[in-house]
Design a protein around this ligand. Structure first.
Ligand code: 6PG
Length: 231
């Protein structure tokens, strides 16, 4: 696990954009990027609008999605489109809407099979961007939910009591097969969970994914890193 700390959220976003840029330059054509949802990555996605990359060779997918149509303001795909994918000629693979969340997740899992590299170990993402919640969730892998225990699927639907809604999420096995995993965490309100994950021995979902990933890097702003003792 590597840790890089930046002065503020703006510099964190710039560093994350450089991570994506360098990975795409290194890996295209056919490079895939797993997108984090939520608010933190939006500044990074907006910065990437201005970066000259072989966007037609880039395939992006969602590491998680809320169980809402893409037109809903809560949709991660809708957010990614507004922030970046309406502005560059890359392909954003969105979760098909189905009133049955289990059917939607199953359909997306099949779709990911046509997007991601397939190896003997299973589907292998290139670069995955992830956020972390204050409870240590990542993607929509929330503490205590059934999705954390799934080992025979790459993408599943799960009822999340913490948000009282269905969520669709990449599973631990899929996320941990990524060639590189970048956690983006910003803000003092995340300092406690960042310290617990990085310096503790907790089994928060984000800690499990980070520990079991091949190449995990944490990009933090100073506020989110403020409770780390060894920085
Ligand atoms: C989502 C995300 C989720 C997010 C964290 C952090 O669908 O909300 O995938 O895992 O990354 O909750 O969210 P913020 O960046 O908004 O703090």
């Amino acid at each position: 696990m590597r840790i890089r700390i930046f002065e503020d959220a703006g510099r964190l976003a710039e560093a994350a954009a450089r991570e994506v840029e360098s990975w795409v330059r290194l890996t295209a054509p056919g490079v895939t990027i797993g997108l984090a949802g939520g608010t933190t990555p939006q500044a990074t996605y907006r910065l990437l609008r201005k970066v000259r990359l072989p966007w037609p060779e880039v395939g992006a997918w969602l590491t998680d999605e809320r169980h809402v149509p893409i037109t809903d303001p809560a949709s991660n795909a809708g957010m990614a489109r507004r922030a970046l994918f309406d502005h560059v000629p890359a392909t954003l693979h969105t979760v098909p809407w189905d009133p049955d969340p289990v059917a939607a997740a199953a359909a997306y899992e099949v779709q990911l099979g046509t997007v991601l590299d397939r190896t003997s170990a299973g589907l292998k993402p290139d670069l995955v961007l992830l956020g972390v919640g204050e409870d240590g969730h990542t993607a929509s892998l929330f503490p205590g939910t059934a999705s954390l225990e799934v080992t025979d699927h790459d993408f599943v639907a799960t009822w999340v009591p913490q948000v009282e809604s269905w969520r669709l999420t990449a599973t631990v096995p899929l996320l941990c097969r990524a060639r590189r995993t970048v956690f983006l965490v910003s803000g003092a309100h995340k300092a406690r969970i960042v310290a617990d994950i990085i310096e503790g021995d907790g089994d928060h979902p984000a800690a499990v994914v980070s520990r079991d990933s091949k190449d995990a890097v944490w990009l933090l702003d100073r506020a989110a890193a403020s409770l780390l003792s060894q920085v």
